[in-house]
Design a protein around this ligand. Structure first.
Ligand code: WT7
Length: 635
């Protein structure tokens, strides 16, 4: 394990330099030493960003679950792999050992096989944060099926779109989910979605809430009895390094979500290596990431990265506010959490309820605090550092994306000195570039522009499912031979990076990545609405919230606005999910447009953010008079 843990800053620089000068030698050593291969690769890296094409460890054969489970059995059979903390604190936590995980994954994999699932088939997973969720991912990986997890807060329409986009044959779900005091009828949502998904043959239903649900004869089956009858042995499917491991959807600048495809070997190597170093995970630590497995954070840093390291990873079903706002601290105390990874929006929500609450809990087990999903503002950073970490646990503000598969820019705790609001230095192997708007690289320090990555890393998404052209246009066409992240960034006087936020049509609300186009499409379905434009504006808890400018078809006569607002938000809830609801809706007679008819969102964004003195030149607009009218009626 010589070069697996970075121990001090000089070592970071040394290893970083090597990873840049000789990336193939570097990653080959990591791959050789720390993983189980059925056959080694013929070539470490093959790449061409102009196609774009990236292949890591070509020719190698492996199974990710052998690396995440089987190889730990000789030394860690009884160690807790997954520690499940239920929504209700009175329900006992469940410790699933590596041996039990192995058995449960194999049983699940056998059930999938009995239902005709084979290597390469797509399986949609729409399951709340219960052990079956993590186990279902691994069961797919065991037999080479490609999982496509859809966050169990998405609506039936959003679910159906994703099921159909990748032709999933099967859906795995649960009777319902617990979220604080509420329970949600997940199976009902699945039933509704499946009315428009002819390709789905079977639905496996985990029992959780015991809600009274409809089971469709021949299609739907209860999962637990099937698992009970299945064998605990299941030979792993031997996969090629570049076989797809999973698809995960993310929003983009058109209405259709992008199914990002991650492949087997590179994803495994990178998530495992980043997990170990970015969290300084040591044997016997208990690690907790509060994300949902429905997002990439959960895939990489609840399931694959931790398990590949034989770690204990906590899976929490509930919400930070139930039964009260001390729940996170209660869990940290109860399970003696060592590494805690959460989102700025959660920190802000908890900060609002006061630091006094923390005095009731023993948080001395904490060694590392993580932040992810959106820029962390200075106030939240200090609150986290002072009250949760007591100034002793470094905060790793880790920047990355669904597309990058793993952490890209982050301090390494106890190695990289932290700086509030800065993600600091690139991780080993990552070559960031800051670009100006004309395509030139801004070299040196103290520059600000758009963030690109110059060289492939092992866990970069390889394509968009079914649409390689869109992959190329979205990520590799803005700047020649570079991966464009869609984020703005600056590099300070010592070379530290600060992410300044999205520069495209994506808005991050409570750490969730939302495209404006799908929201506008949903709104425009309303018969009374002519046009809409969504922009983000600052919100003290969500980070950003959504502001909608909406024009009605019959602009002279507005109908009852209160009702209309409700109908708009209902449409958004139905088409996407409640996370995409608008905080503010302004009805207006028109939207500012360029002469070619494009909506000038930049102006609308500035108005929503109260930056009226800085609107720029509006005289070239098709309808410059509308700007003042929008300002006059601003909410
Ligand atoms: C976008 C990606 C990374 C997993 C969760 C989100 C923003 C993410 C940070 C951070 C500033 C951040 C970026 C990025 N973002 N982490 N530490 N500081 N911004 O994955 O849903 O694909 O969203 O989240 O804007 O592009 P995602």
């Amino acid at each position: 394990m010589s070069n697996y843990h970075i121990k001090h800053l000089e070592e970071y620089f040394k290893v970083y330099r090597k990873s840049i000068r000789e990336p193939e030698v570097f990653w080959e050593e990591i791959a050789e030493e720390h993983f189980l291969w059925r056959k080694k690769w013929d070539k470490v890296l093959d790449w061409d960003f102009s196609k774009p094409e990236v292949k890591w460890f070509q020719g190698a054969k492996l199974n990710v679950t052998e690396n995440c489970i089987d190889r730990h059995l000789s030394t860690k059979a009884d160690k807790t792999a997954i520690l499940f903390e239920p929504n209700n604190p009175d329900e006992p936590a469940e410790h699933i050992s590596y041996k039990q995980l192995s058995e449960r994954v194999n049983q699940f994999a056998n059930v999938l096989k009995e239902h005709g699932i084979k290597k390469g088939d797509r399986v949609c997973i729409y399951v709340p944060m219960i052990p079956e969720l993590a186990i279902s991912l691994l069961a797919c990986a065991r037999i080479g099926a490609i999982h496509s997890v859809v966050f169990a807060g998405f609506s039936s329409t959003a679910l159906a779109t994703r099921i159909n986009d990748s032709d999933c044959k099967m859906v795995i779900t649960a009777d319902g989910s617990f979220r604080g005091k509420k329970s949600i009828d997940l199976k009902g949502i699945v039933d509704e979605a499946l009315e428009s998904c002819p390709g789905v043959e079977n639905v496996l239903v985990a029992k959780r809430t015991k809600a009274d649900i409809q089971m469709k004869e021949g299609r739907d089956k209860w999962l637990q009895p099937l698992l009970g009858n299945a064998s605990k042995e299941c030979n792993p499917e031997i996969m090629d390094a570049e076989d797809p491991l999973f698809i995960l959807y993310t929003s983009g600048s058109t209405g259709k979500p992008k199914g990002m495809v991650h492949t087997t070997a590179g994803y495994m190597v990178y998530t495992a290596y980043t997990f170990k170093n970015a969290f300084q995970y040591r044997e016997n630590d208990v690690y907790w990431c509060t994300a949902d497995i429905g997002w990439i954070t959960g895939h990489s840093y609840i399931v694959y990265g931790p398990l590949a390291n034989g770690a204990t990873t906590v899976l929490f079903e509930g919400v930070p506010s139930y039964p009260d706002f001390g729940r996170f601290w209660d869990i940290i105390q109860k399970h003696k959490i060592n590494q805690f990874y959460t989102a700025p929006t959660a920190i802000r929500a908890l900060a609002k309820h006061g630091a006094e609450l923390l005095d009731n809990y023993d948080l001395t087990s904490l060694k590392v605090l993580g932040s992810v999903g959106e820029p962390i503002n200075e106030e939240a950073w200090h609150w986290y550092n002072d009250n949760v970490g007591k100034g002793k646990s470094p905060i790793i503000d880790s920047w990355w994306q669904t597309e990058t598969g793993g952490i890209m820019i982050t301090p390494i705790p106890y190695v990289t000195p932290t700086k509030p609001t800065y993600a600091t230095l690139p991780f080993i192997g990552i070559q960031p570039a800051i670009m100006d708007e004309n395509g030139g690289e801004l070299k040196g320090n103290q520059v600000e522009g758009r963030l690109c990555i110059k060289f492939p890393w092992p866990s970069i998404a390889r394509t968009i499912w079914g649409n390689h052209q869109r992959y190329k246009e979205t990520y590799f066409s803005t700047y020649k031979d570079m991966y464009f992240t869609g984020d703005g960034a600056l590099r300070d006087e010592v070379g530290y990076y600060r992410i300044t936020g999205r520069v495209d049509d994506v808005i991050i609300v409570s750490g969730h990545n939302l495209g404006t186009a799908p929201i506008e499409d949903a709104i425009n379905e309303h018969p009374a609405i002519a046009e809409s434009a969504i922009v983000g504006f600052p919100h003290d808890i969500k980070g950003s919230a959504l502001y909608g400018y909406i024009t009605l078809k019959d602009s002279g006569e507005y109908r009852n606005h209160d009702n209309l607002e409700k109908e708009i938000n209902q449409l958004i809830t139905d088409r996407i999910g409640p996370i995409a609801k608008l905080d503010k809706i302004q009805f207006t007679e028109g939207l500012p447009k360029t002469r070619s008819g494009k909506i000038m969102r930049r102006i609308l964004r500035k108005i929503a953010c109260n930056e009226m003195d800085n609107l720029g030149d509006t005289s070239t607009l098709l309808n410059p008079e509308i700007v003042q009218r929008i300002i006059d009626h601003k909410l």
